[in-house]
Unconditional design. Structure first.
Length: 320
């Protein structure tokens, strides 16, 4: 990409998209475009086609998606599969029709089988059954990978895919019903600390292992791949390290300063037992994450407190 190349970041207001925009600007890219969901409904094929025909972006980062945690995925699966299929299909096809030079599609590590061998290599895709609680989302993201692969094979499009591990960072969603585990923990421990609660109850057993990547590291990795990678096999994006949810909770508790007790509700689902990505392809391409987990959580918590104090909008948190 040239510094003045026209770059479209789909989902530029979201957790991942906003981080990609920050990374691009920090690296000197000046011609970045984005449309909010109110300005452009990416599920609308005609609207997306008109946008691409008018704007003619040269490069596309496809970070737009309907996302959420176990509760959201489990209770609204039809929306998760429909919305995500429509978004990715419309954008990828319009990118082909309008001769986009390169497109990068972002998926999720939930595409892999529930009991995949650890760490998970890219080649394990479609080798076993999916985790039932996020099957709809996973199927949609697998379809996105396959779309990029087949448009590359049939039309010669330079479309690539990257599958991030669990992400967290500035602009995350803190809604207790739809958020992912880390922002939910930050909010729970903060509110418990503020209210003087004696304990915090968390879903599951605390035993599942998860890998977490700071979203600005992810964004830097994505921009790196856009300029240094071109192949039909998708690339895992992560740190190559994981920990138990109980260990994660202990770190968040420490960062927030909550002094009460942690209680686990084992009647609630744990989800996949372990999801650790093999990130050999990413590392061999020349990229290495920079932000440690405790440092990243500290940054997010400071931002969370500042945003609450300022009265600015915080996703999933109603203003008083």
């Amino acid at each position: 990409m040239e510094k003045n190349s026209k770059i479209y970041v789909a989902g530029h207001n979201g957790l991942v998209g906003s981080a990609i925009v920050r990374s691009l600007k920090a690296q000197g890219f000046t011609n970045i475009i984005g449309k909010s969901s109110k300005e452009l409904d990416l599920r609308n094929q005609a609207a997306v086609a008109d946008f691409f025909a008018a704007e003619k972006p040269e490069y596309v980062f496809l970070a737009a998606a309907k996302v959420g945690g176990i509760y959201a995925n489990n209770t609204t699966p039809a929306e998760f599969i429909y919305d995500n299929l429509m978004i990715e299909t419309n954008i990828i096809h319009s990118a082909y029709l309008n001769k986009v030079k390169k497109l990068l599609f972002l998926g999720s590590s939930c595409i892999y089988p529930k009991f995949a061998q650890q760490p998970i290599k890219e080649e394990y895709l479609l080798s076993g059954l999916l985790e039932p609680t996020n099957e709809a989302y996973a199927i949609a993201k697998i379809t996105g990978i396959e779309l990029c692969k087949f448009y590359r094979r049939q039309y010669g499009c330079d479309f690539i895919s990257a599958m991030p591990t669990n992400l967290y960072g500035i602009n995350d969603n803190f809604d207790m019903k739809t958020s992912h585990v880390l922002p939910a923990l930050i909010r729970k421990f903060h509110e418990a600390k503020e209210s003087g609660a004696a304990e915090v109850t968390l879903w599951g057993t605390g035993k599942p292992r998860r890998e977490f990547m700071y979203v600005d590291d992810l964004a830097d990795a994505v921009v790196h791949l856009m300029q240094n990678y071109s192949d039909e096999i998708h690339v895992n994006l992560g740190t190559g390290e994981d920990l138990e949810i109980a260990e994660l909770a202990a770190i968040v508790k420490k960062v927030v300063g909550f002094e009460g007790k942690i209680v686990y509700d084992s009647t609630k689902p744990d989800g996949t037992p372990r999801k650790l990505l093999d990130v050999s392809i990413l590392k061999n391409s020349g990229y290495q994450p920079k932000v440690s987990l405790e440092e990243g959580i500290t940054r997010v918590y400071e931002w969370y407190k500042q945003t609450l104090a300022s009265g600015d909008n915080l996703k999933g948190v109603k203003k008083n």
